[in-house]
Design a protein around this ligand. Structure first.
Ligand code: HSE
Length: 299
């Protein structure tokens, strides 16, 4: 018995919400075909789209770890084989590792008759994130599994909530052909922040939630700032400040680093604006002789 499933790219942090905000986009998405086997254990028979770079051992691959954790949790006597079709670029800040594990979990859960809810699958996907980058953050796996805009209210115990979004809200992703390892982009962050920055940050986080729920685009726009990670991480992305300036000029509500980068995201209240923003951002990467891909999605 086999099940095919897919899970989308995600934007983690969303500027102010480091490790606590994330949302799913429409595309790209990773796909898997998971097959139950009589022998216990998990194998990966095929990975397409990674140029041979992802580990083929289940214990080291995010989709494999997620399925192993799932089978252990439900005390299954069966095993599974995974075929993974990567459509998300690696090391892009678009939640590539999360999408693979989310898709694999949806498939293995379905193969067992869906004994667990999507939320109950989260800890297994978080374990995969730990394998991928040394930290079990949930701001990519939660939106990839649950869809929409998700708040990770707390980690111990895990407490997630979906935030309603305006009917018209569009995300532009511009992915320069560069790679950043999440592990490295986390290591450069400071272990503590001044209280003045904390006040700015939590004001923006609360503003973002209210802005999304009301909805109030002005409030969303004023809240899309990050004084914690962006000032440090932006130096790792060529032309970041100029690109952000261009996105704002083109009409974006806000612009920042998607997850740990180097992809840059922008939010807009109209699709036409989101597309214009994408062109303006890509043009800047062109000037830097950096190839890039643009994705526009409704959130
Ligand atoms: N919140 C995580 C980080 C997301 O910024 O390190 C990684 O994609």
């Amino acid at each position: 018995k086999s099940v095919k499933a897919s899970a989308p790219a995600t934007v983690a942090n969303v500027s102010c919400g480091f490790d606590i905000f994330g949302f799913a986009v429409e595309a790209p998405a990773d796909e898997v075909i998971v097959t139950l086997t009589d022998n216990p254990g998990v194998t990966i028979s095929k990975i397409v789209g990674d140029d041979g770079r992802l580990p083929r051992e289940a214990e080291k691959n995010t989709s494999g770890v997620a399925v192993l954790e799932f089978l252990k949790a439900i005390d299954s006597k069966l095993g599974a084989n995974i075929e993974l079709y990567k459509h998300l670029p690696l090391g892009s800040g678009m939640g590539s590792s999360a999408a693979s594990s989310a898709a694999a979990l949806v498939a293995i859960n379905e193969l067992h008759g869906n004994p667990l809810t999507r939320e109950q699958l989260l800890p297994f996907a978080m374990e995969s994130e730990r394998i991928a980058c040394g930290s079990a953050h949930a701001d990519n796996v939660a939106p990839s599994l649950l869809g929409g805009f998700v708040l990770i209210r707390g980690y111990a115990p895990l407490d997630v909530a979906s935030i309603p979004t305006p009917a018209e809200l569009y995300c532009t992703l511009v992915h320069p052909h560069l790679e950043l390892k999440t592990e490295d982009s986390r290591r450069v962050l400071k272990p503590s922040i001044p209280i003045k920055d904390a006040i700015t940050q939590w004001g923006n986080i609360a503003g973002m939630v209210v802005g999304l729920m009301k909805p109030d685009y002005g409030l969303i726009q004023r809240s899309l700032h990050d004084v914690v990670a962006e000032p440090i991480r932006s130096v790792l992305i060529p032309g970041f400040h100029k690109i952000k300036e261009e996105a704002m000029q083109a009409g974006a509500l806000g612009c920042g680093i998607s997850g740990s980068g180097p992809t840059i995201f922008a939010l807009s209240s109209e699709r036409a604006v989101a597309e214009r923003v994408g062109k303006a951002m890509q043009q800047q990467f062109d000037l830097l002789k950096l190839k890039s891909d643009v994705f526009v999605s409704r959130i």
